[in-house]
Design a protein around this ligand. Structure first.
Ligand code: NDP
Length: 308
């Protein structure tokens, strides 16, 4: 029997683990398919307090892992596929077949990349279509690539890709970026990057083996063009990862986020807490997720003390 079981190993899960362990509870993290979550596929983090110089996302997550392990937190490589909420003790079933019984559950499963849902996107995923420049950018040395989206991630990926690619085209459906001003300035200053405004992707075309063209439409003129391209990076946001829960098990809002109490991390099920991108539609920042992880651990400790 574990006191606190944490599902997810990003900043929310790791911070929850560090704080829960320091309240004297037994803590396990079920790390999910990839330890560290989204930060491990981020190039550099410049806004996590405490680091004067930019730090690589995976180094930051490695530090969090080591800090949690120093507090006796066990980090298990497994993915939870379902949770039985019917008893006072929660039973979380892992993909491995192992069941984990816990008094408290902290859900910190984060979010996954959204896709455009185009036929060519599915067909060429892994053969020119990617949602992770840090993972796949290296394969596009001296090639022409496109990034789809206008948020911080799209801009960050476009800039990162200029380390390898010959040209980078940012394709955005509107005439304004959502990304922060400082990121926009870096984008516009980069001579390898061109922005195509008011442009939507109609489909991603290929020769059967790899991507060759983007079929694009200008949303103002309805004019369609085929743009030769070697790689496409989709960066149009993320959706919260709640697929392990059956409908009705936890209150989830219309956009898929776990609903938590306004001033705490309590979910609709007593003893279940949520932290990070899975319950936070507005901020999506590592430091916010870490803060919520701390809150979840403290809420869990209070709950355990009151419900012996
Ligand atoms: P965002 O939601 O910020 O941006 C998504 C972008 O994709 C928008 O520009 C949106 O267009 C576009 N988009 C959405 N759906 C489609 C579609 N179907 N077709 C074409 N374009 C589409 O997501 P991000 O992943 O960029 O960022 C997530 C969060 O993480 C944000 O809060 C961001 O600020 C944060 N972040 C912060 C960083 C930092 O602080 N340095 C770094 C990275 C992320 P439109 O603008 O028209 O809606």
């Amino acid at each position: 029997m574990i006191d606190v079981l944490i599902i997810g190993s990003g900043p929310a899960g790791c911070t929850a683990a560090i704080y829960a362990a320091r309240t004297g509870r037994s803590v396990k993290i079920i790390a999910g398919p990839k330890y560290g979550g989204q930060l491990t596929i981020t190039s550099y983090v410049e806004n996590y307090p405490g680091f004067v110089d930019p730090i690589s996302g995976s180094v930051l997550m490695d530090q969090m892992r080591r800090q949690a392990e120093r507090m006796q937190v066990e980090i298990i490589t497994d993915s939870i596929v379902s949770v039985d909420f019917s008893q006072r003790r929660f039973i979380s079933l892992g993909e491995s077949g192992v069941s984990y019984e816990s008094k408290i559950l902290i859900v910190a499963t984060g979010a996954n990349a959204k896709w455009l849902d185009l036929p060519g996107e599915k067909k060429y995923r892994g053969s020119g279509v990617s949602a992770c420049a840090v993972c796949d950018g290296f394969f596009f040395r001296d090639k022409d690539v496109a990034v789809i989206g206008g948020g911080n991630v799209a801009v960050e990926e476009a800039i990162f890709l200029t380390n390898f690619a010959k040209t980078v085209t940012l394709v955005h459906r509107r005439d304004k970026l959502r990304a922060e001003r400082i990121m926009q300035s870096r984008l516009f200053e980069n001579p390898k990057i061109e922005v195509m405004w008011n442009t939507k992707v109609v489909d991603i075309l290929g020769d059967g083996n790899k991507v060759t063209n983007l079929q694009l439409v200008n949303t103002k003129s309805n004019f369609e063009i085929k743009k030769p391209i070697d790689g496409v990076f989709v960066a149009i946001g993320h959706k919260p990862e709640t697929s392990l829960f059956k409908s009705g098990q936890l209150e989830i809002d219309e956009n898929g986020y776990i609903v938590v109490d306004k001033t705490s991390t309590h979910t609709s099920v007593p003893g279940v807490f949520a932290a990070g991108d899975v319950c936070n539609p507005n901020y999506h920042q590592a430091v916010v997720s870490a803060g919520q992880g701390c809150m979840a651990a403290l809420d869990a400790d209070k709950f355990l003390s009151a419900n012996r």
